[in-house]
Design a protein around this ligand. Structure first.
Ligand code: HEM
Length: 331
């Protein structure tokens, strides 16, 4: 009799765990921090396809936003963990930080949220939508697909000064980058792989004029940059372009395609930022740069590194909520 009850109890726990009852999570079943693949399979079975359709519809109107969404995942996760804090509107929120001034794609997340709310109200978090949308944006730019884990709650807090303090600036060298990623339990190799997302998208001239015109007391231009490329960039970004809207591509070989050419660009000494070129110049990272140029390697490893990044500081239970609108907390 007692044995029978024990078995019933055990069976109940297994059924609850397998059926995705969100309060019951076994780390071995659900992986790190309660995240899991196919998280919404029972609570909102079409969530991923509904989100993908909405994301693709928005990207068909403006493909430039795809790079913005990939960057958004990074900027969300490095500040307060992956909790959608980057999406909150308000006077001193992360969005208002200078480092996020050129972050784009919020309307894509709004569209995906509206679409998924229409089929499953109050179920899918905005933090998860960023993670799915970053994957879908990568695929839209011809990158490889990966399984995205779901299960993040949306946070209540967002601070401009935290964003400014927590996100690495483009002037960082290898040691600072390694430290910044290590603090989030990401390895040096994962840092090099994730930086490979600079294979798509653009940067504002203001981010590089320092390297071109004001490098240090002895040299106007960063000597680690290919001289012909530096001259080209000076034409694109005049000396006074601290405050312009001029943009340059980050991957000069295939700027619109999610491929491993970023690492080729570094070999050519055409990395746009100090934080890019340092990856080839530093002995702790150059080996990974060379390996990632091998056929198919980057594509495969990028998805795995994105899964690791998308697990930073995930909120669960009462630490968060499922926002109704991604731009504001629920009341
Ligand atoms: C390693 C440290 C990193 C630094 C210092 C850095 C810095 C930057 C900067 C300064 C820009 C230009 C934005 C502007 O003009 O305001 C940029 C763009 C971008 N970053 Fe990073 N980034 C880093 C890592 C990452 C990571 C980990 C990802 C994603 C996994 C990422 C994805 C992107 C993308 C896709 C763009 C292009 C955005 C667009 O075209 O709208 N970056 N990054």
């Amino acid at each position: 009799m007692v044995m029978g009850q024990r078995w019933k109890c055990l069976l109940l726990i297994v059924v609850m765990a397998l059926s995705g009852v969100h309060g019951v999570r076994d780390r071995t079943l659900y992986g790190v921090d309660g995240l899991s693949d196919n998280y919404y399979r029972y609570s909102c079975p079409n969530a991923e396809s509904v989100i993908q359709t909405a994301v693709n519809t928005e990207l068909d109107k403006n493909l430039k936003l795809a790079a913005g969404i990939i960057r958004m995942q990074f900027h969300d996760c490095f500040v307060e963990g992956c909790d959608g804090s980057v999406l909150l509107d308000g006077s001193n929120t992360e969005k208002q930080a200078p480092i996020n001034a050129k972050l784009i794609g919020y309307e894509v997340i709004d569209a995906a949220k509206a679409a998924v709310e229409a089929v499953c109200p109050g179920v899918v978090s905005c933090a998860d939508i960023i993670a799915y949308a970053a994957r879908d944006s990568t695929v839209k730019l011809s990158g490889s697909r990966w399984e995205v884990q779901g299960g993040r709650k949306d946070g209540f807090h967002s601070s401009a000064s935290e964003a400014e303090a927590d996100l690495p600036p483009p002037e960082f060298g290898a040691s600072q980058l390694i430290d910044s990623f290590a603090r989030r339990e990401l390895s040096t190799a994962q840092m090099v792989i994730l930086s490979g997302s600079h294979t798509v998208g653009v940067a504002d001239c203001s981010k590089i004029v320092g390297r071109l015109y004001n490098f240090n007391n002895n040299q106007m231009t960063d000597p680690s940059m290919d001289p012909a490329y530096a001259e080209q960039l000076k034409k694109d970004c005049p000396q006074n372009s601290w405050n312009t809207t001029i943009e340059v591509f980050m991957d000069t070989i295939t700027p619109g395609s999610f491929d491993s050419n970023y690492y080729q660009v570094l070999q050519q000494r055409k990395g746009l930022f100090t934080s890019d070129q340092t990856l080839l110049n530093d002995a702790r990272t150059s080996g990974t740069v060379n390996t990632l140029m091998e056929n198919g390697r980057f594509q495969k490893e990028f998805g795995e590194a994105m899964r690791a990044m998308a697990a930073i500081g995930v909120k669960s239970g009462s630490q968060g909520e499922i926002r109704k609108y991604c731009r504001s907390v629920n009341y």
